[in-house]
Design a protein around this ligand. Structure first.
Ligand code: AMP
Ligand code: MG
Length: 496
């Protein structure tokens, strides 16, 4: 029998100057066991699922063997963590195996997270407990299914080793895919050293890789900045529209590609409250739900600042271009957010009416402590030609508060003025308003079963269920049901 083919690597980051990274092989682990392979993603990447599931594949996913064509590195970056400058972070426990060209012709990083110490590990052990690996797998794949730009999870393995945290825990390694791991903090790393040549080299790499259209313009670096600002504004608008709280929006956790990364203490909000914070380390609420759009701008202002020397030979003109891009973020964010929210309500075009409806609905939801996800789902179910949707609905799980009555009248009037058949509109609304999100208590339940009992079934079931978040079946009601007070998770942990 012939061997299934290993991935074909096509590495570009290693051709950047040597101080951009350190060559670093993963540290082998004792007894790796495959937990899950993402075969849909593998197919999109042109990676053989048979190879991933083979003995050789497992050894590569565990970092015990290096696939042919892979030149493993740990990349250098810096960042502002909770507002404080840290000039040297870098991949402390992640190793970039290399890059792959997907069937879509796009370039993707393939990285092992939890693969052992690197020169950037500082005091850390380079490892990850299994819990955070499963958490990242569940939430990143749920985000992808919800249509949010995100890093993906290609595979999860357990290592057969223990990692020491507050107590010994089983270890795990995640294989992470994203269109690159270049962060705002990667630019900051070189700027912090006064190495403007490296900033330019990195910017050129990023333009070629992510923003080729910027390269065609008269001021490519200004166009680059503006393109990143746009993508980040759209990304954060998407998060807000789903009630997603990232939890650790440090500049080293914000990708230049505009994909979500670093699923540490993240969580989806249940009862709508704009001040919601889950992360146990976010004591001041810096990264609360309501603060995310503003933090996005704060982070981008750092990108603008480090790009200044490239923006224009004239210092004043450079500052002006940077300021303009950062100011424009507000409008870009607002229009992306309100357009998404209007569509969630079945209103095709954003306007004064839809903005007002969105604002008023959110006020009422906050006053009623309504479940964010189920409120929108229920509205979608009620927006059909017959009013109530036929078939399975979340009506038994959630009732719209009585206090919404006058808002609903205004909304109905707005809906009646929409073009197009109501049945079609309702289908669009059902697709945009998920029934299933990764509710914290379910994620915790899956992690507990895996860590405490070695039972991975709840994890697999949860991943499977979240793959089609808009298709509600009453048989799966438990996945759509908000936590009871006893089940509610108040704090999430980075798990590093
Ligand atoms: P994170 O909170 O995952 O964004 O990580 C922040 C920084 O700490 C990054 O530079 C990570 O590589 C590093 N880091 C996190 N956990 C570990 C660990 N267990 N060992 C080494 N470095 C780590
Ligand atoms: Mg990080």
């Amino acid at each position: 029998m012939s061997q299934p083919p290993s991935p074909r690597f096509d590495n570009s980051y290693i051709s950047l100057p040597e101080h951009f990274y350190a060559q670093q092989k993963p540290t082998p682990v004792r007894a790796p066991v495959l937990i899950r392979i993402n075969s849909d993603l593998a197919a999109q990447l042109g990676i053989s699922t048979d190879w991933l599931a083979s003995a050789e594949g497992l050894q590569v996913l565990a970092g015990n063997e290096i696939a042919s064509g892979s030149v493993p590195i740990a990349t250098a970056y810096a960042g502002h963590q909770f507002g404080n400058w840290n000039p040297q972070l870098g991949d402390g426990r992640a190793v970039l195996l290399g890059e792959i060209i997907g069937l879509d012709g796009q370039r993707y990083d393939m990285q092992l997270k939890g693969a052992g110490r690197t020169p950037f590990a500082r005091g850390g052990d380079g490892r990850s407990p299994l819990g955070p690996v499963l958490r990242e797998y569940v939430v990143s794949e749920a985000m992808a299914a919800l249509g949010v730009p995100t890093s993906r999870s290609l595979a999860a393995v357990s290592t057969g080793e223990r990692v020491m945290r507050d107590r010994p825990q089983p270890g795990g390694i995640l294989t992470r895919i994203c269109s690159s791991h270049i962060r705002i903090g990667t630019f900051q790393y070189f700027a912090g050293k006064g190495d403007n040549d490296a900033v330019r080299t990195l910017a050129d790499h990023v333009i070629a890789r992510h923003y080729p259209a910027a390269g065609e313009t008269e001021r490519p670096y200004v166009a680059l900045l503006r393109a990143v600002v746009t993508r980040q504004a759209e990304l954060i608008a998407h998060w807000q529209s789903l009630g997603f709280i990232h939890g650790v929006m440090n500049t080293d956790n914000m990708l230049i590609s505009g994909e979500t990364i670093d699923y540490g203490p993240c969580a989806f909000m249940e009862q709508y409250d704009p001040d919601t914070v889950f992360s146990s380390i976010d004591r001041g609420g810096r990264y609360a739900y309501v603060n995310q759009p503003g933090i996005g701008q704060w982070n981008l202002a750092w990108l603008a600042r480090v790009l200044l020397p490239l923006l224009d030979a004239d210092e004043d003109a450079a500052v002006q271009a940077a300021q303009q891009a950062i100011d424009d973020y507000v409008t870009l964010y607002q229009s992306a957010y309100y357009a998404l929210m209007a569509r969630k309500l079945g209103l095709a075009a954003r306007g004064e009416t839809s903005d007002a409806l969105v604002d008023e609905l959110l006020e009422q939801m906050a006053a009623a402590g309504a479940d964010y996800t189920l409120t929108f789902r229920r509205l979608a179910e009620l927006a059909g030609p017959e009013g109530e949707l036929e078939g399975d609905t979340v009506a038994g799980l959630f009732a719209l508060p009585e206090s919404f009555a006058s808002w609903r009248e205004k909304w109905q009037q707005a809906l009646e003025q929409q073009p197009g058949p109501p049945a079609e509109r309702q289908q669009q609304m059902l697709a945009l308003n998920p029934a299933f999100i990764p509710r914290n208590h379910l994620v915790e339940e899956a992690i507990r079963a895996a860590e405490d009992d070695g039972n991975l079934q709840p994890f697999h079931d949860l991943v499977d269920r979240l793959a089609a978040p808009g298709d509600y079946r009453a048989a799966d009601a438990r996945y759509a049901t908000p936590a009871t007070p006893a089940q509610r998770v108040h704090h999430t942990f980075c798990g590093t």
